[in-house]
Ligand binder design. Structure first.
Ligand code: ADP
Ligand code: SF4
Ligand code: MG
Length: 312
């Protein structure tokens, strides 16, 4: 299990993510949804200690009970890949431009598994096929000869080839067209069911998240504002932002509007965008459990007031 408790991520100037807690368990997909700039990538990268320069985290992240901060460099190298596979948002930067895809696969697989080059190539081929790609058309190519969507799927195939216990997938289908998006989502869902892998699946698109997730955390402006099992969130969303997301047309996803303001310490993170804001919302609401496994960060919901009617 991966357990995150009160994760806060900062630069010198700003707090990017605050007080985020969740658990990832084997065989389950936690979907994290929120608009661009809400802190999804930072949260995902913190889980594998890959935050950018100048960005620091506090709080606790533990892998099977062991604090991530206590892992040595070598332990971290083995953890990433063998135990936790990472599919990053920008596939281009994950590849070395002067190496063929075959060489990437063979080196990655053999760095973690005691197999021959021939066996590594066979593993590569099997996993490329799972992602709907033809190995003969891919393996001899260099990264720059392939589209962003193809590289994204290749990166997923490479992640799956190592059979990790957990996968952190940051917008893994965003660069794909609708048909390929569905192929990849179906395959990822089947892999979770068949292999018992646990997954953190990040997307700005609620329709995508709904397809794959067992549980959903909704982020806004660096905070989790609502978290619940899939059906609870869809049927009984309480937070005004979640309701707005659910009312967005299916398939259109959420607006890519950047959340410009940094995390406010003293008010609700949704205060400036909320149609139901009142003076009392100027203090930071805690994330409270409204029913078992359903948490909401809204002062008025906490007080049991009937704000945010479902018609709005
Ligand atoms: N390398 C970085 N250094 C400092 N701040 C960053 C960096 N990358 C992103 N940010 C800021 O962190 C916040 C959260 O970003 P991010 O996690 O990428 O959001 P999301 O993935 O939800 O779009 C944003 O305000 C963004 O501008
Ligand atoms: S606390 Fe107030 S501003 Fe924040 S979501 Fe609830 S009603 Fe809106
Ligand atoms: Mg992102």
């Amino acid at each position: 299990m991966i357990e995150v408790q009160q994760l806060t991520i900062k630069t010198k100037e700003a707090t990017l993510v605050r007080d985020v807690s969740f658990k990832l368990t084997q065989g389950k997909v936690l979907g994290v949804v929120g608009e661009s700039g809400s802190g999804k990538t930072m949260t995902a990268m913190a889980l594998v200690n890959l935050l950018p320069e100048g960005v620091t985290s506090s709080g606790s992240i533990s892998y099977h009970g062991k604090e991530l901060k206590s892992f040595s460099k070598e332990e971290l190298r083995r953890l990433r890949g063998e135990q936790i596979g990472v599919i990053m948002q920008r596939p281009m930067i994950a590849f070395n431009p002067v190496r063929t895809i075959e060489r990437h696969f063979i080196e990655t697989i053999r760095a973690h598994q005691a197999v021959s080059k021939r066996q590594a190539k066979a593993i590569a081929e099997a996993n490329l096929e799972k992602m709907g790609l033809l190995p003969v058309q891919i393996l001899s190519h260099y990264p720059f000869q392939l589209s962003g969507g193809m590289l994204q799927r290749i990166m997923m195939a490479m992640t799956l080839a190592l059979e990790p216990a957990f996968i952190i997938a940051d917008e893994p289908t965003t660069a794909l067209d609708t048909t390929n998006q569905l192929t990849v989502l179906k395959e990822l869902k089947a892999i979770v069911e068949q292999t018992n892998v646990g997954m953190l699946f990040v997307s700005h698109d609620l329709a995508v998240i709904q397809y794959i997730a067992d549980e959903i955390a909704v982020m806004y402006n660096g905070f989790i504002v609502e978290q619940a099992p899939l059906t609870t969130l869809i049927k009984s969303a309480k937070h005004p932002y979640t309701k707005r997301l659910l009312q967005a047309e299916v398939g259109q996803g959420i607006s890519e509007k950047l959340v410009k303001h940094i995390v406010q310490y003293d008010s609700c993170p949704y205060f400036s965008a909320c149609s139901y804001a009142q003076v009392s919302c100027q203090s930071l609401p805690p994330l409270v459990e409204v029913t078992p496994h359903h948490q909401v960060r809204c002062i008025q919901i906490e007080r049991g007031e009937s704000v945010c009617p479902s018609s709005k």
